[in-house]
Design a protein around this ligand. Structure first.
Ligand code: FAD
Ligand code: NAD
Length: 152
């Protein structure tokens, strides 16, 4: 099957947008991800699917912990930035939540500890326990058909 056909089809599944953050040796790294799934209520598990080529993949294996920030509708530029689509280094001001760096003003910030990882084709699924979370008001940033959308 053609890659473009597959991506076009998967793009018809509307998602929110997250930024994953983790720290290794005091170096903080962020990456945009929409392959985020709520997995289990008891215990509280989520998963993220990270490409083998992404720097984040190796960093998560080393750190064993990460934060997920669910972006609001005003954070499209942050999504593009942490997807490597803006060709400049920026000094991003993060918030600290439960001891981890997270995206400010996001709809949700959650901190997670990796419980298991499964290599699946050219991605790794990181299944992680949610150790704490906080929710803030607002509308979500959506990704559909390869474009950003808003609910309203
Ligand atoms: P890089 O590309 O090296 O870093 C991303 C950018 O963030 C760079 O500009 C870097 O300078 C900057 N940056 C990182 N940390 C900091 C910091 N602390 N301070 C300042 N700047 C910093 N890929 C997946 O594997 N899984 C997905 O689910 C997924 N979903 C996506 C959803 C959307 C809507 C988009 C647009 C892309 C998605 N991608 C996904 C692709 C992924 O975001 C990119 O391939 C990304 O570039 C890979 O990140 P990286 O870890 O290699 O980091
Ligand atoms: P796109 O048309 O590439 O994405 C549409 C959908 O296809 C995505 O929501 C995702 O479900 C799927 N997809 C895209 N690339 C994938 C990959 N490498 N592995 C697994 N699923 C993938 O949209 P776009 O605006 O061209 O995307 C911007 C960039 O972000 C592209 O380079 C794309 O590959 C990357 N991206 C990667 C993933 C991922 O790895 N899971 C998800 C979204 C976007």
């Amino acid at each position: 099957m053609d890659d473009r056909l597959f991506r076009t089809a998967m793009g018809r599944f509307a998602t929110g947008v997250t930024v994953i953050t983790t720290k290794v040796n005091e170096t903080l790294h962020g990456m945009t991800a929409n392959a985020f799934v709520s997995v289990s209520l008891n215990p509280k598990l989520i998963l993220v699917s990270i490409g083998e080529q992404a720097q984040m993949n190796q960093l998560l294996k080393e750190s064993g912990q990460f934060a997920v920030s669910i972006l609001n509708k005003y954070q499209e530029e942050l999504s593009a930035y942490f997807a490597g689509q803006i060709n400049e280094e920026r000094n991003i001001e993060f918030d600290v939540f439960n001891g981890m760096d997270v995206i400010k003003d996001a709809l949700v910030n959650m901190t997670c500890t990796v419980q298991s990882s499964v290599v699946a084709g050219d991605h790794t699924l990181f299944i992680a326990e949610v150790t704490d979370l906080r929710i803030q008001d607002g509308d979500p940033l959506l990704f559909y058909g390869g474009e950003y959308k808003n609910i309203k």
